[in-house]
Design a protein. Structure first.
Length: 198
């Protein structure tokens, strides 16, 4: 997952490296870049994903996901409901994965009932990408492992130093930002993270 503050060619190289290292999905996330910049970046990332035979998702923005042709959109608790996102995709004649961020079991079960294809479980640990959201710890990961019957992804402050704990709690998928995008060697970082999950 990216958390872009500036439009930099370096980002595209890191995305290519992440895919080479085994990342299955890259998600475009930025709370500060303009729509025009996000659209331009999204189209470039989509091409990189296609070349790598991988998936590309957009954070929060169903409109951008549809315009770019992304395979998925990831919605936060304050974004449009999953059912509305699915309706928009259907109207556009597209099949799009729709995911939802959840911070407790009640939200997770509600997202499943609303028709989410997958959910994000977290933030497991404190993270600068979600400074106002309290970390939920491994308890929610354990609950998800037992109660959630759709694909789910542990997210939030996960890195090589704690990924084994997250996997031991039941996670088989994780989403990371800094663990790959702040690494000296993003390809190697992605490979090492993935190895801890299998």
């Amino acid at each position: 997952m990216t958390d872009l503050k500036v439009d930099s060619p370096d980002v595209l190289k890191k995305i290519e490296a992440a895919y080479r290292g085994g990342a299955d999905i890259v998600q475009l996330r930025s709370k500060v870049l303009s729509d025009a910049v996000l659209m331009r970046l999204g189209l470039r990332i989509k091409k990189i994903a296609e070349k790598a035979h991988k998936l590309f998702f957009v954070n929060d923005r169903m409109d951008l996901a549809l315009a770019i042709g992304a395979e998925g959109v990831h919605l936060g608790q304050e974004d449009i409901p999953v059912r509305v996102a699915r309706k928009l995709a259907k109207q556009a004649g597209l099949r799009v994965w729709v995911g939802k961020s959840t911070h407790c079991l009640k939200q997770a079960l509600a997202a499943v009932d609303d028709g989410a294809d997958y959910i994000g479980v977290g933030p497991v640990f404190a993270t600068p990408t979600k400074p106002r959201v309290k970390s939920v710890g491994l308890r929610f990961v354990r609950q998800a492992a037992v109660r959630i019957r759709i694909p789910w992804v542990a997210i939030g402050g996960i890195d090589l130093g704690n990924i084994r704990e997250v996997a031991a709690a039941g996670a088989s998928r994780v989403a990371v930002v800094r663990a790959i995008f702040a690494a000296q060697d993003p390809e190697s970082a992605a490979r090492k993270l993935k190895r801890q999950l299998h």
